[in-house]
Design a protein around this ligand. Structure first.
Ligand SMILES: *Cc1c(COP(=O)(O)O)cnc(C)c1O
Length: 374
């Protein structure tokens, strides 16, 4: 039995140094090769990484971009979403999901979430569909796949496009299909803290649709249709060779990283039981635990006791998007999306990263149990 008051271990939310350690010689060599080659932008590593991602996802096309935010933004642009259009999404996500909608001057329309998955509630989407609705952006929050069958069914019924925001769900599966390969396009972030993280910013768009791919590929590089010929106004949104090389090395380990996260989640869920609301494992869905997020009305106490024991925890997310100042102009008010608001009051994410030792997860669970029972 660990004495929670005497232990002085420090457990962070994430340990990127520990992840780097076993890869460092291989990464050093890859970086040396790039430095020696002098080829830094749109070179062989980006091309190979795109092919490796397309093959991992069994999709036709992958285009590497500067960030996950850009992947969403350029995807909306490739779909010609513009002012006057409406895009349905969840308010319980990182702001980038809805920022991308604002960038194309379209209107985000927030649909409340389910209590147990905290993903968009598919049964509440239909009532928000209007003649202006063009796209649904689905977020697989914390690594838990959203209810894709119902969402794809609505998309077919109303002729809507579906973009999957997979920034938190690399490797998650829904009924045998990888998240990101189910809708019209999947958008990924390689921000360092994501399940597949670069050593800087990075993103990816995957799609089976040739038109989205062709447009996104031109958009990322100034609309360049031929050397110094620009078909339209584009952007500078390229993943660089150094990040692509690092990501290619880490991609070989992603399934093992995700399995470690799932093993830790099993430990947490077994020990925490009903003392707090644990993440659900729905049949036919493989959760990859980008975050292990509990819910408890005793959140303040739990996070304080964790801190007293040198254990990190973070509230993702304290304010749902419809209540953010940045989206004041949309005119939502408190009470409009009660499940999202309730989630924001109760969620607490605790350490879950591939290098976390199982004994430490057990210790964290003990501390939480003690905090809720005291
Ligand atoms: C991280 C994240 C993004 C944005 O990715 P960046 O690469 O940081 O631009 C978008 N959506 C969600 C849900 C995220 O978690």
């Amino acid at each position: 039995m660990l004495n929670v008051t005497q232990n002085k271990i420090t457990i962070p939310m994430l340990d990127l140094k520990a992840q780097h350690e076993p890869l460092k010689e291989e990464i050093k060599q890859a970086l040396k090769d790039i430095l020696d080659s002098g080829h830094f932008i749109l070179g062989p590593n980006v091309k190979s990484f795109e092919q490796e991602i397309a093959s991992y996802y069994h999709v036709g096309n992958a285009v590497a971009l500067a960030s996950g935010t850009d992947a969403l933004y350029l995807c909306l642009k490739a779909l010609n979403v513009k002012q006057g259009d409406e895009v349905i999404t969840t308010p319980f996500t990182f702001i980038a999901t809805a920022e991308a909608i604002a960038y194309v001057n379209a209107t985000p329309v927030f649909v409340d979430v389910e209590k147990y998955t905290m993903n968009v509630d598919a049964s509440k989407i239909e009532e928000k569909i209007t003649a202006k609705t063009k796209v649904i952006i689905v977020v697989h929050l914390f690594g838990q796949p959203a209810d894709m069958d119902r969402i794809m069914e609505l998309a077919r019924k109303y002729d809507l496009r579906v973009i999957e925001d997979c920034a938190q769900s690399f490797g998650a599966r829904y009924k045998g299909s990888a998240t990101g390969s189910i809708g019209d396009a999947g958008c990924f972030s390689f921000y360092p803290s994501k399940n597949l993280g670069a050593y800087g910013d990075g993103g990816m768009l995957i799609t089976d649709r040739q038109d989205i791919y062709d447009k996104a590929k031109l958009l990322r590089n100034h609309g360049t249709v031929a050397p110094y010929r620009h078909g339209f106004i584009g952007h500078n949104s390229r993943l660089d060779e150094i990040q692509a090389a690092i990501l290619r090395i880490k991609l070989r380990h992603i399934d093992e990283y995700n399995q470690n996260r799932r093993d830790l989640a099993r430990i947490y869920s077994a020990l925490l039981g009903n003392a707090v609301q644990c993440p659900v494992e729905l049949p036919d869905r493989t959760h990859v635990y980008h975050q292990y997020t509990i819910r408890t009305p005793l959140r303040e106490k739990v996070s304080r006791v964790l801190k007293d024991n040198n254990i990190s925890s973070v509230v993702y997310y304290p304010v749902p998007l419809h209540m953010q100042e940045a989206f004041d102009y949309l005119g939502y008010k408190k009470g409009d999306l009660p499940e999202s608001e309730a989630a924001a009051e109760e969620v607490l994410s605790i350490p879950v990263y591939p290098e976390l030792e199982p004994e430490k997860a057990e210790f964290i669970a003990e501390v939480i149990l003690k905090a809720v029972k005291e």
